[in-house]
Ligand binder design. Structure first.
Ligand code: ATP
Length: 270
């Protein structure tokens, strides 16, 4: 994974993707290009984990090395990249769950909610208790969460398991609860980490439809996905991350092309 990578940024408005570009048969209707205010700006952001080396030693591992892009109000931005290039770490930074070790991340006053599997659940607490806990983490009061509780319970559709400790949940059940909480909390920016493909068939369909509806309401969202079809359907622009660097920022179709070239190059290098 080491090596030199260069980055390319296509200015907003000159996209080859859905924004301002031609429609593609079978694709969602074109969305209005993002205009005006950025919601979150990243400049040369880097982040490192502290990892164990040997029995007593520790060293720093740079998961993100140089990430720069702007997320605009009202747009849906896709994040693509091979396994382990730093996509989930990037979402955690955008959510404010952790801070950059170098560079600059400016949140221009938005609340963000990370829609990821098991994000922040306490395993010995029940689903219901985790709803309140997650709400507090996202900055909502107990009363605000109480108002949303019934919708969350209904959407997650976990039956009696809602009052069981979440350590007894399957991955799919955790995903349902995580999705329902993040979705009903309705933050300014929705951060979605590959949850589109989880849960059973019914829940997948239900969550994908709910997401499409929400994104269609001019919601600001960031979607991590390996699926070109999801990126094309949901996103206005996309960022390609490689070796912790934002190597491409621009239209979705061009980003997918760059991603496929990267995958081909990696396959040849094996
Ligand atoms: N808690 C951690 N401690 C140490 N290293 C970590 C930790 N979490 C992630 N990493 C490392 O940081 C790098 C980026 O991980 P991250 O999960 O952000 O990648 P990703 O692009 O989301 O991967 P995937 O597509 O497989 O989900 C990887 O090399 C990973 O091993």
């Amino acid at each position: 994974m080491e090596g030199t990578v260069s980055s390319r940024h296509v200015p907003v408005g000159s996209s080859d993707g859905p924004i301002g570009g031609p429609s593609v048969a079978g694709q969602a209707p074109l969305k209005v290009p993002p205009h005006g205010a950025p919601a979150i700006s990243l400049r040369n952001v880097g982040f490192c984990y502290s990892v164990r080396r040997g029995i007593f030693g520790r060293s720093r591992k740079w998961a993100l090395r140089d990430i720069s892009f702007e997320l605009f109000h009202g747009e849906t931005l896709g994040i693509m990249g091979r396994n382990g290039v730093g996509k989930s770490t990037l979402l955690r930074l955008l959510a404010g769950l952790t801070e950059p070790d170098r560079g600059e991340l400016i949140n221009h006053g938005c609340s963000c909610s990370l829609l990821a599997l098991q994000a922040g659940f306490v395993l010995y607490l029940t689903g219901r208790e985790n709803v309140f806990l997650s709400g507090m983490t996202l900055g909502l009061s107990k009363a605000q969460m109480r108002d949303r509780l019934e919708d969350i319970r209904a959407f997650a559709d976990l039956g009696e398991a809602f009052d069981q400790p979440v350590r007894t949940y399957s991955t799919g059940m955790l995903a349902r609860l995580g999705f329902s909480i993040a979705f009903q909390v309705s933050p300014d920016v929705l951060l979605i980490d590959e949850v589109l493909g989880v849960g059973d068939e019914n829940f997948r369909e239900k969550s994908a439809t709910a997401l499409r509806d929400k994104i269609g309401q001019d919601k600001t969202a960031v979607v991590v996905s390996h699926s070109p079809a999801s990126i094309l359907e949901l996103c206005d622009r996309a960022v390609l991350v490689d070796q912790g660097v934002s190597v491409f920022v621009g239209g979705t179709r061009e980003c997918i092309k760059e991603y496929q070239q990267l995958l081909n190059k990696a396959a040849k290098g094996r």
